[in-house]
Design a protein around this ligand. Structure first.
Ligand SMILES: Nc1ncnc2c1ncn2[C@@H]1O[C@H](COP(=O)(O)OP(=O)(O)OP(=O)(O)O)[C@@H](O)[C@H]1O
Length: 244
């Protein structure tokens, strides 16, 4: 579904992402894990062209992302960031309608899809006219996801999507969201520095350090067969249980 080949990003003389290659299968959840500044966000933002690579290539479903017009890329790749990433002056209804409007959907179709998403994400319809400042953190997160899923993109990119929530709400919201059928069929690339979150959500983890992937594989493989001391130390930082 996503194929990244020899991806490099330099900011002046600093190499933030250094020759990264990986593939993400259809319906898979790949977690980019690593310390602050290791290049996770830069990698993610190159997939939806918020950052242009210095070299290398990225294809989504066989199509080079550089060959895609903006609206077409937004249709195929949803994007969720910390705290929902909502515009303060957009109501919940406006936020969810963003990409459908970009794609010239009829108002009735937008309304139908909006209500469907509100129900799926357990958001009361009374919230549709509210602004982000009038929502709880968990609600903002859900609205951010509703916006990202509005046009059913086959790929959703998430950057620390639960980062702004307290640990209890975070666990609750992420279980709820990842339990959704809609998301189960979606290919997800999720950035986090939270080891427990990665172990819980990932089909595979790509552990990054200094712009490179140190090891990529299913969580239990990284735990039982760490490729380097860095991998072992990173995952061993605190006790984890895979299925608590
Ligand atoms: N626009 C930019 N100009 C210069 N350097 C940048 C720019 N964006 C990112 N960097 C640098 O590139 C490196 C990787 O940044 P990136 O945001 O990808 O890290 P990250 O792994 O997502 O970290 P965090 O978890 O803290 O968000 C960092 O050292 C950062 O300072």
């Amino acid at each position: 579904m996503i194929e990244i080949q020899n991806l490099t990003k330099q900011f002046d003389s600093y190499t933030a992402v250094n020759d990264v290659s990986l593939t993400v299968g259809k319906g898979e959840t790949l977690v980019l894990l690593g310390t602050s500044g290791c290049g996770k966000t830069t990698t993610l933002k190159m997939i939806n062209r918020l950052i242009e690579p210095t070299s290398g290539s990225i294809t989504v479903d066989g199509i080079d992302v550089r060959q895609q017009a903006g609206p077409e890329l937004r249709r195929r790749v949803g994007y969720v960031i910390q705290d929902g990433g909502l515009f303060p002056h957009y109501t919940v209804a406006d936020a969810i309608a963003t990409v459908p409007k970009l794609l010239n959907w009829e108002p009735a179709r937008i309304q139908e899809r909006t209500h469907e998403l509100m129900e799926k994400l357990q958001l009361p319809v009374a919230l549709l006219t509210r602004y982000p400042a009038e929502l709880s953190g968990g609600q903002r997160q859900r609205v951010g996801l509703a916006r990202a899923l509005a046009v059913n993109p086959p790929v959703v990119l998430m950057d620390e999507p639960f980062g702004a929530l307290d640990p209890f709400t975070r666990k609750h919201v992420r279980r709820e969201l990842f339990g959704l059928n809609e998301l189960r069929e979606t290919t997800v690339v999720l950035v986090t520095h939270d080891v427990s979150e990665a172990l819980e959500l990932a089909d595979r983890i790509a552990l990054m350090d200094k712009g490179q992937i140190v090891q990529i594989g299913p969580p239990d493989e990284l735990l039982t067969n760490p490729a380097t001391d860095f991998v072992r130390d990173f995952l061993d930082d605190k006790p984890h249980r895979l299925h608590d």
